[in-house]
Design a protein around this ligand. Structure first.
Ligand code: ZN
Length: 323
């Protein structure tokens, strides 16, 4: 029998959707709160956490999740969905990727600190309040306001098989081995340390929220729920082959105006000039050359670039696997 479920102050009965808040702190304008949704299935089963908005300007997942949950029929659910449609509320409010008060990147500070900077407190709140209830995680992201990416789904290698199965089920051809990204302090990394299979989905960018991206993510969520046994059925629209990629954005050395020389999805060779950075007289300050052969997975699309900013992401294909 499915049972009543409580997280924070939100209590949800079996067969019900609950909408509430998790309190982060008090401020002079009232409580700073994070939105929380619980879908308590009519049937017992596992718990899936659906999170978006670790970065405040990544909107596709937010819309996809809210639409998915509002359209979802609770009677067919085995288990529960715990959803947070915007985790980094201060960053969302400021239209910023990072926390506006401390300039910290929430997806680099996990597991966070209860008495740390506000961004660290948000990380700690997720770890303390949400993670103990959760069996699986889908963490929805996208490129920044300044960048655009091909769709990519990251999986955590230390739990390769179950998270890889989840990643394949989402329906994205490019799978990103997170252990090779060099990125520390992520939510999915912290969850993996606790043995929770987790994927990080990157769809869209430039602050846009295109209908086809939203529809794609709604289908991806449904597909992953099917392979996890939360709903019945088999995933739809999956690729016949996947590529496992490594790598991450190269940083620019110079600052100025960026003229790309490649497009998203181009296959390029090592030393290919990806873009040039010019000064304000039109002289070339830097030719950004690829450090490897591979696929243009992501690129800065905002022409103004600062020294040290991300420029291009060339994904190195390490392996191809069958669907
Ligand atoms: Zn992100």
């Amino acid at each position: 029998m499915a049972e009543k479920f409580q997280i924070g102050k939100l209590i949800t009965n079996p067969g019900q959707k609950g909408f509430g808040w998790i309190k982060l702190s008090d401020t002079y304008y009232g409580e700073l709160k994070i939105p929380l949704i619980v879908v308590n299935g009519a049937n017992p089963g596992k718990v899936l956490f659906l999170g978006t908005g670790i970065h405040g300007t990544e909107y596709v997942g937010m819309d996809a999740m809210l639409r998915f949950i509002h359209e979802f029929d609770v009677s067919v659910l085995y288990g529960k969905i715990i959803a947070i449609p915007m985790i980094n509320i201060p960053a969302f409010e400021a239209i910023s990727r990072e926390g506006p008060f401390d300039s910290l990147n929430l997806n680099r500070v996990f597991p966070g600190k209860k008495t740390g900077f506000l961004t660290e407190q948000i990380a700690n709140l997720l770890i303390e309040t949400v993670l103990p209830h959760v069996d699986y995680i889908i963490d929805l992201h996208g490129a920044t306001l300044n960048d655009m990416q091909l769709n990519v789904c990251g999986f955590e290698e230390s739990d390769r098989f179950s998270s890889l199965d989840m990643a394949k089920a989402f329906g994205i051809e490019s799978l990103w081995r997170m252990a090779t990204s060099g990125i520390k302090g992520t939510f999915t990394g912290a969850a993996t340390e606790k043995g929770i299979p987790s994927i990080i989905v990157e769809v869209g960018g430039e602050g846009r929220c295109r209908e086809e991206w939203v529809q794609f993510e709604m289908q991806g969520i449904k597909n992953v729920m099917k392979v996890l046994g939360l709903i019945e059925g088999t995933p739809e629209g999956l690729p016949s082959r996947y590529r496992i990629i490594e790598g991450f954005y190269q940083h620019a050395a110079a600052g100025g105006f960026l003229r790309p020389q490649v497009k998203l999805g181009d296959w390029i060779k090592q030393e290919t000039i990806l873009g040039v950075i010019i000064d304000l007289h039109g002289n070339v300050l830097e030719e950004i050359k690829s450090s490897s052969d591979g696929l243009i997975m992501g690129m800065r699309t905002l022409p103004k670039i600062n020294p040290g900013d991300w420029s291009f992401w060339v994904g190195t294909v390490k392996e191809e696997i069958e669907g």
